[in-house]
Design a protein around this ligand. Structure first.
Ligand SMILES: Nc1ncnc2c1ncn2[C@@H]1O[C@H](COP(=O)(O)OP(=O)(O)OP(=O)(O)O)[C@@H](O)[C@H]1O
Length: 357
């Protein structure tokens, strides 16, 4: 449901809109702090996304595009705006909604109900793929075994692959996700803090995976989260706004809060962090992982087995910590497990909501 954004910055003193100069300003744009009326806000918000799509040639006429639809604000606004722009500018796209059911009772089951309503509201066919069908496990079952600490690693790795598998079933050319400017700035910071050069070098790319099965793109790369919330609120869009019940990601939470603090002082900070991320150049002497194919399932992987197969093997063998970085499994046990598991190296923990798309 369209909830009131935590802090809609109201326009003050009955000023007129800085765009049309006719209507009264209804809000202050978080990105530019301009006083603007509702109608002009919708228009500039949509036009900026259209420009990003055109300048970065995100889509080609005739393409089939899946929108990763979680039922949350970002992907709901993405579905709404993409269908509108597709009509208005004759992109010639065949749009679909693609949802991953992670099997989280009290969270994903409810948000999927929202996506089912969106299917009708936007007239976009919906495909749902589930962890249970793909991997034989729901997140509820995984959490029972692994607890709350590392569950985001399983969820993130499985979701990435599940989206690819769903996209393949839909036979789409590309997958569009609702990652916004705040998400990307946050990921730039996290990759710097972790010294993860490989991810730092690709996390700002608007399109990724062009060498893989299905490229992914982020039409909201420069769109501020606060503006997405305002758009959803003023348009009264039907979205689901509850946080995942298994998401205790404190580290990412600190990065998020830090960026929100910076944004309060200087809204451009978000765009500048993204710009800094884009400007990073990796020295030629830095060794980058080589992309290959998982020997087990054929999915792209820089190791012998992909991350999902390593994690799944651990779950199925009753060694759920197999493949999770920096765990308390003793070195000896882990070495033994990994040896038995065809020499796959331990993977570093990938946090929930991370942008390794
Ligand atoms: N279960 C899912 N099914 C399909 N797509 C998903 C799912 N979870 C995430 N995505 C895609 O990845 C994007 C970023 O996901 P993230 O978990 O960071 O959520 P978010 O920032 O809360 O976005 P949203 O508001 O759309 O839920 C989403 O906008 C969506 O496009």
């Amino acid at each position: 449901m369209a909830e009131s954004p935590a802090k809609v910055q109201k326009a003050g003193g009955g000023r007129s809109c800085c765009v049309c100069n006719e209507r009264r300003a209804a809000l202050k744009r978080p990105k530019t702090l301009e006083q603007i009326c509702r109608e002009c806000f919708f228009a500039v918000f949509e036009e900026e996304i259209h420009q990003v799509i055109m300048q970065n040639q995100l889509f080609k006429p005739g393409e089939r595009i899946a929108i990763g639809a979680s039922g949350g604000k970002d992907s709901t606004v993405l579905a709404c705006v993409l269908s509108e722009l597709n009509r208005r500018h004759n992109y010639g796209l065949d749009l679909f909604l693609l949802s991953v059911d992670e099997g989280i009772t009290g969270y994903r089951d409810d948000s999927l109900e929202t996506v089912k309503r969106n299917e009708v509201q936007y007239g976009l066919p919906l495909k749902i793929v589930s962890y249970k069908d793909l991997y034989g496990w729901t997140m509820d079952e995984i959490v029972k075994i692994i607890g709350l600490k590392n569950n985001c690693t399983f969820c993130g790795v499985f979701r990435r692959q599940a989206l690819d598998r769903g996209a393949a079933l839909l036979k789409v050319d590309k997958l569009a996700t609702g990652h916004n400017a705040d998400d990307i700035a946050e990921t730039v910071l996290l990759n710097i803090l972790r010294g993860d050069i490989a991810r730092l070098s690709r996390c700002t790319a608007i399109t990724t995976g062009e060498d893989g099965p299905i490229p992914r793109c982020k039409p909201f790369k420069y769109t501020y989260e606060k503006e997405i919330v305002m758009y959803a609120y003023f348009k009264r869009l039907d979205y689901f706004s509850t946080e995942c019940i298994y998401s205790p990601n404190a580290y990412r939470g600190f990065a998020r809060e830090f960026i929100k603090d910076l944004e309060r002082i200087r809204p451009r900070a978000i765009l500048d962090i993204i710009k800094s991320g884009e400007s990073f150049r990796i020295s030629t002497s830095t060794k980058m992982p080589e992309q290959g194919m998982c020997e087990r399932c054929g999915y792209i992987s820089s190791q012998k087995w992909c991350k999902a197969c390593v994690l799944l093997e651990g779950l199925n063998r009753g060694l759920p910590k197999l493949g999770i970085g920096r765990t308390r499994v003793s070195d000896k046990d882990q070495k033994k497990d990994l040896k038995q598991t065809s020499g796959v190296k331990s993977i570093a923990s990938k946090q929930c909501g991370s942008l390794d798309f």
